[in-house]
Design a protein around this ligand. Sequence first.
Ligand code: BT5
Length: 329
Amino acid sequence: MPHADARKTDRFIQLLLANATVFVSGEKLAETLRVSRMTICNWVHRLQREGMAIEVKPQIGYRLTQVPDLLLPQLIKHELRSKIFGKNIHHYFQVTSTNDVAHELAQEGAAEGTLVLAEEQTAGRGRLGRSWFSERNNGIYLSLILRPPVRPLHAPVFNLAAAVAVSRAIEQTCEISADIKWPNDVLIKGKKCCGVLTEMNTDLDRIKYLVVGIGINVNHSVFPKSLEQQASSLFLEGGRRFSRIELILALLSHFEEIYFEARQKGRDSILEQWTQRSSFSNGKEVSVDLGERQVRGTTCGLGREGTLRVKLPSGQIEEIVAGDVVCWE
Ligand code: BT5
């Protein structure tokens, strides 16, 4: 869906929400949104297909009969606990990847803290061109635009900050304890429930912007065969469905706190929290796939820029900048 159209649909939902108990005439909606009545009619059909309960009374109009389980900005903004993160929200029913949309918005000058949310991604991605399974309405697929005034070299630390924020938000909202596998997989009982993909646009010596993409498996009840062994959801681990909105609100507030604390006190505050929260930070026997070779050893903390330090059997310490960690205990 093109952005302008998506924004208009959003305004349309906003109008329905604002008048939730009454019927609003198609004519009034069309006039306010400067579209034809036929467009309104098409939107209603599409939104009904998306699961929104909209009652239609011919000659009278439309009425929302239930608050939908959707990540609508109107529902989130109402409860927002953060000041900057999530102040501007762009919501979509379907996108290729929220990171794609966030890049476009950032290039158009979107402010720090701008949030992109989608109910479904058709080309959600992970690192190294891998894909991210993004089932409709059950997960959180979001991207946040950040503009930290630091050098590109420091970007990985914000990636770690996102994982810390997710694990804090899950523990607070769902009361499930969450581990972090380097660099930024959030695991519950050893299974991956969240992944973070941070992408950046830089000048030679300065970050222009970061797009922090976060995917959380919230209410998924099944996964494709290829993911079954390694992936899980909060629903599967916690035994009940969770409010995606509650989780997003908690995530934004924790992430904002961690981010601005690091800007005041320095990035070490992020490294300390990551180290405390991750069972992978120290003393874990791991093997790391670096693409061209494997490294096997014992973890011994993080380097200053968020690298993973692994002590090899020879006693030498290798600093891992990027790679996939597997535990072999
Ligand atoms: C990641 O990559 O874990 C980063 C995932 C980031 C997804 C978010 S969603 C919002 C934003 N928009 C995007 O397009 N992306 C971000 P990586 O460490 O490379 O892990 C990818 C691997 O995780 C895949 O190759 C699968 O093995 C596995 N995987 C795919 N989908 C999964 C899921 N839903 N849950 C758990 N594991 C999954």
